[in-house]
Design a protein around this ligand. Sequence first.
Ligand code: PLP
Ligand code: COI
Length: 355
Amino acid sequence: MESITKNAITIEKAQSSKITQVDFDNLAFGSVFSDHMLVCDYRNGAWETPKIVPYGPVSLAPSAKIFHYGQSIFEGMKAYKDKNSDIFLFRPLDNHKRLNISARRMSMPELPEAYFMEGLTTLLALDKDWIPQTEGSAMYIRPFMFASGEGFHASPADEYRFMICLAPSGPYFSGEVKVLIEEKYSRSANGGVGYAKTGGNYAGQFHPTQLAKAQGYQQVIWTDDHHHENIEEAGAMNIFVRIGDTLITGPTSDRILDGITRKSVLEVAKTEGITTEVRAITVSEVVAAAKDGSLKEMFGAGTAAVISPIAGFGYRGTDYDLPRVENSYASKFKRHITDIQYNRAEDEYGWRYKV
Ligand code: PLP
Ligand code: COI
């Protein structure tokens, strides 16, 4: 990677640290933020030198296009600290690639790899004491970009801001996860922006998810927008189903986020000798499998959610509970992947990246 920024990242340090106010043994997900953040502006057709400044509010014109037309994208990553306090990322170049895939779809400028990687590693090195070492916790990293350029014309902005904030975080879900298979609302459609990590994809899920929460479910399982027959994705995770001993997940498409955890699970399954099928999963086959006892597991996979077993699902007014299986695939994948992430095991895939 050619160093474009050439150590030119300027650092303005916070006058005092907030770290002593944080209870690292009881971290929620994404609700406390480290002392610093990275800011990099795009003006006159080029990215300016990134800066690291104290974490704090951002000032924007009311006519900034982010507020009106929603040009905004983000990534979700984690940094892990091992027992020697060495710091690791997991497949970070894949996040950079996906950021630029999202940028292209939303008519935003692509960010060079060196800005992303040098910005991220410099920020992490500065706030390294904030990376939790407690079991089940990690530093959640939120790189994001939005249209800071002004104007009410409904067209792409001419200025953008890229930022990275860090949030020491505990688990995304606090208890067991029950999901509702959705048939009325859709998350995405063919030709749409489902594969892009753009803010509106999440805002559009809030209302149906609130309705599902009121019925006792934590997440919605999105089905295809056309017939609502294929299981596609959950709000913040890709979905896997185990029927008998076969692990099934839907194929990626322009409706589904190409999850880094999803593709890691598929690789680990190969190593573990687990039969996988990447194909459309129909709701009717999952319901039939739940009824005849061959539905062994469902789980979600994502950076925030890691591997989250699904305890049951609701469909057309009926609740289906999943059995508790010994040596579940979910527990195998979680162990295998987190052992690599936290540097507890050899990384035969080359996924770990030392900061
Ligand atoms: N699907 C959606 C909608 C997500 O928000 C996420 C989280 O990033 C994922 C899937 C999982 O992707 P990854 O494993 O790259 O975090
Ligand atoms: C992630 O897993 O990193 C995500 O982006 C999910 C997010 C909506 C919390």
